[in-house]
Design a protein around this ligand. Sequence first.
Ligand SMILES: [Zn+2]
Length: 269
Amino acid sequence: METALPKTELLCPQCGGELHPDEGQIFLDCPYCGSTVFIDKSRVIFHWYLAPTLDEAKAGGALRRWMAGNETVKDLDQKSTVTQVSFEYFPVWYLKRRQPNGKEEILIELSAATSVSELRHIRLLAGDLRKYDSSLDAQSQPPSVPLPTALGWLAERGVPQGEIIEQFLVHIPLYTFKYVYKGQIFTAIVEAGTGSVFANIYPAKAEIPYRTIGCITALAYIVLAFLPLAGAALSGSSGTGLGLAGCIGIGILIAPLLFGIAVWIAAKV
Ligand SMILES: [Zn+2]
């Protein structure tokens, strides 16, 4: 007679107590020690969250400071309009790696899809992490990238799975801002624990105007350098002198002009 297949035993990684999640339940509190865990198929993983320190207004302030900074196009903070703000706890895999030489590092892999993959560069300090609380469920996105998939990505980047010594699921508080600049919609994320801003695509400072003025300057002086030669060709040695005088004179005259244009571009872009 066939007996029911033995259920996979789910044990609390903290106290070893047997866990009995309800059907479909993925977030769980250990009834024995109170650890918060995440059930990834048959794996039990510690579950933490980063407590937000920024409210929506402060996150908006962090966004404006980033927009006013050097990475983005000039006056983006004044020339853009925020059209949408949303808040959620976003899941990431927090993985501690120990290399054979004993060096340890924290690696982050995203546990759900996002248009802002830059989020992978988020810095999380273990000391800032708290036990996950089920009261956050309504605002938490469940992980959709299984841990083995994330470990597979790491292996592709040369991190052997055996070097991952600890793994946690961490929900991080994020404000997602949509803003419009020159008729185009952009997305920026403000991590509400530290105020770090993440964006894949944003109106960046243009480099073309700088290169253009650089080329014009070089060209102008090359042309000037030919003036003495042209003078010599036209009227011999007196022409050379005249050409040389013209070269120096015009060179001195246009220098502040070209410098002025460069300053004007720097102020504009
Ligand atoms: Zn426990």
